[in-house]
Write a protein that binds this ligand. Structure first.
Ligand SMILES: NC(=O)c1ccc[n+]([C@@H]2O[C@H](COP(=O)([O-])OP(=O)(O)OC[C@H]3O[C@@H](n4cnc5c(N)ncnc54)[C@H](O)[C@@H]3O)[C@@H](O)[C@H]2O)c1
Length: 249
């Protein structure tokens, strides 16, 4: 399968990431069906995708998108609460909460319901792909696809391959990334570490910034200034610490 064969993307779980991922995909020209647990959750996701801070309406207001592109994107979007409605999906992007057992349960359920040639991609922030893939029989078609928040805005996608992931699956995801106009990087699954490349480096820098703060080597403001003006970071490491405390994202 190559990117032109991807006619329908099923997104498992709306929410913060699923909604942003779906938004990027419909704007890029993919048909997307989101599956969440209730109609209310689906309605909330739809509302955020359109009216939210990083939503489509704002993109039109900032001239990033035309009204016509917004309307066409919405025509490609549908919602369901039933897994069976995803059975014809060519690619499933899973964005349910970061709970290993939940993700594996969801994959076992999907494996029996979705057509065998479909590819499964997990937006896990850090679980080993070689562990999550144990829940399915299609291990060659199982891969990590780690987006950054807000998904519609951030340009990086980490493509994480396990030993069983096929080269075709990696190439398919790279093709999808290109169509999405995102930058992709290839990452080898590292089961002993939680997190892939960007978060590991980022959190190491935040930990060092906290050490510098605790050792009273420089003030909090000056630590932030060091990275903003020395390395052109958009914000200092201790300004982003509230985000860092929330965990791996
Ligand atoms: N929030 C971030 O900044 C960020 C960034 C990158 C990756 N991630 C990862 O993305 C995933 C989702 O995170 P989020 O922040 O979007 O969570 P979220 O709680 O905002 O969204 C998760 C959604 O999944 C739904 N859900 C739960 N069980 C389900 C099921 N069985 N079937 C379908 N839907 C189900 C929930 O109702 C919810 O709407 C996690 O693995 C997280 O680690 C998050």
């Amino acid at each position: 399968m190559n990117v032109d064969d991807v006619k329908l993307i099923g997104v498992m779980g709306g929410g913060v990431m699923g909604g942003g991922i779906a938004q990027s995909c419909v704007v890029a020209g993919f048909n997307v069906r989101i599956r969440d647990l209730t109609d209310e959750l689906n309605e909330k996701t739809r509302e955020t995708m359109i009216e939210g801070r990083f939503g489509l309406r704002g993109a039109v207001e900032r001239d990033k998108l035309t009204q016509e592109q917004l309307d066409t994107a919405l025509e490609r979007l549908s919602f369901t609460t039933t897994i069976d409605d995803l059975r014809n999906a060519d690619l499933i992007i899973e964005a349910v909460p970061e709970d290993r057992d939940l993700k594996k349960k969801v994959y076992a359920e999907l494996d029996g319901a979705i057509k065998p040639e479909a590819v499964f991609a997990s937006n896990t922030s850090g679980f080993a792909i070689s562990d999550l893939n144990q829940a399915v029989s299609r291990k060659a078609q199982f891969i990590g696809m780690h987006w950054f928040s807000p998904a519609f805005v951030m340009r990086l996608i980490e493509i994480v391959y396990a030993p069983e992931t096929s080269e075709d699956t990696i190439k398919l995801l790279e093709g999808v990334g290109e169509k999405l106009k995102k930058e992709t990087i290839r990452v080898k699954d590292a089961p002993d570490a939680y997190g892939f490349v960007a978060n590991r480096i980022y959190f190491a820098a935040v930990a060092e910034a906290r050490k510098v703060m605790d050792e009273e080597i420089a003030s909090v403001d000056d630590i932030n200034k060091a990275m903003r003006f020395g390395f052109n970071w958009p914000a200092g490491p201790l300004e982003m610490i509230a985000g860092a405390r929330k965990g791996w994202q």
